[in-house]
Design a protein around this ligand. Structure first.
Ligand code: PMV
Length: 362
């Protein structure tokens, strides 16, 4: 598929107004996306677990404008209050998707959005937020063209979400999602995320993710700045190739349920992401002392207990602790007894692999 396939040719129906509500989850990357080209084309393929409880709920109200004009006009409410400072991000999202959703200028839009996780938790809401909004826009398109297939709907929702925030394209469907062209993953694309098409051992069906909130402050480096730092980075090419290789290695690991192999790749990916930031110009350290304390505790516990618990990191100090459902009792006990003390105000979030976004108004 190409970008052209996402431009609607005609509309079957006229829609005066209405409203739609979607709930979309966050996701956690196992092989990280870090580095991109315009327009939001990833420098390397990535794969993530779709999460379940960390999510955004967004309602889009639309009413046909009389008289019509050529601008996309909208109001924005966050947790019930008008939120002017979020508007520029949404405005540039709408600008980017206008060519693919020209019908948006026909409507006066009202967006009402809220997150299941606290705003100042250091958890990025761009993946769940952009995917929820993209899905709402797609539901409006579906009202105009009721015959859109579910497959096209999901692909275009992911395509639109990507234009809002790259990793958001991995938050439409559930389970394991790949984004970015990889020669050995059929139908993988730089334009949208797809469900991982190869065999997945049952141990990966019910994975847990306990998110330890080490630092709830706003991000020291925005992800767009971070991605840009990969341009001209001394290690960029080697890193991009490594991501391709890691996806190849994961094929057998996912198929056989090789948890040791899984943990090695996931932790190495997290540390490589941070190594890229530490070796860019300018350079950053986004981990905090407590991030390292937690990592060392996880390694000690794993060594002593033999249990398959590992960590991953986003572009920040918080730690995602990943482990299979079957070991939840002992590992969660360890997390509560030994790791939570390193969190800001002892705060953490319990999440797990989820089924993807849901429309909740009908
Ligand atoms: O989607 P963005 O532009 O916020 O970038 C996300 C980058 C990481 O979270 C660090 C990695 C990833 O693949 O999600």
């Amino acid at each position: 598929m190409t970008e052209q396939d996402f431009i609607p040719q005609s509309y079957q129906r006229k829609v005066i107004g209405g409203s739609v509500t979607w709930q979309a989850p966050s996701n956690i990357a196992l092989v990280k996306y870090w580095g991109k080209k315009e327009p939001q084309i990833p420098a390397n393929p990535s794969i993530s677990f779709t999460l379940d409880s960390c999510k955004t709920t967004t309602t889009l109200e639309f009413k046909r404008k009389e008289p019509a004009d050529k601008n996309i006009t909208f109001e924005l409410y966050f947790e019930g209050k008008k939120k002017e400072d979020f508007k520029p991000k949404i405005k540039s999202f709408f600008k980017r998707i206008e060519a693919y959703c020209p019908f948006l200028t026909d409507y006066q839009l009202v967006i009402k959005t809220e997150n299941s996780f606290p705003h100042s938790s250091g958890i990025a809401s761009s993946a769940s937020g952009m995917s929820a909004l993209a899905l709402c826009v797609m539901s409006l398109e579906k009202e105009l063209n009721p015959e859109l297939s579910e497959e096209y709907f999901n692909k275009k929702a992911s395509f639109l979400a990507r234009l809002g925030s790259g990793s958001a394209c991995r938050s439409i469907e559930g389970g394991l999602i790949v984004w970015g062209k990889h020669k050995n993953i059929e139908n993988s694309s730089d334009l949208f995320g797809i469900k991982y098409p190869h065999k997945i051992h049952e141990v990966f069906h019910n994975y847990r993710d306990t998110i330890l909130l080490v630092d709830k402050g706003t991000k020291q480096v925005s992800s767009s700045l971070g991605h840009n730092l990969m341009e001209g980075h001394a290690f960029a090419e080697a890193r991009f190739e490594q991501a391709h290789r890691n996806l190849d290695k994961l094929r057998d690991i996912f198929e056989t349920g090789n948890l040791k192999g899984f943990m090695e790749i996931v932790e190495s990916e997290a540390l490589t992401l941070h190594a890229m930031m530490m070796s860019s110009n300018p350079y950053f350290i986004l981990m905090k002392p407590n991030t390292l304390e937690i990592i060392n505790k996880i390694w000690d516990f794993r060594e002593n207990s033999g249990l398959p618990v590992c960590f991953t990191l986003d572009a920040g100090a918080n730690v995602h602790v990943l482990y299979p459902e079957k070991d939840v009792e002992k590992i969660f006990e360890f997390i509560k007894n030994e790791l939570v003390a390193y969190c800001e105000n002892e705060q953490y979030l319990c999440d797990r692999i989820g089924d993807g976004a849901k429309r909740i108004d009908n």
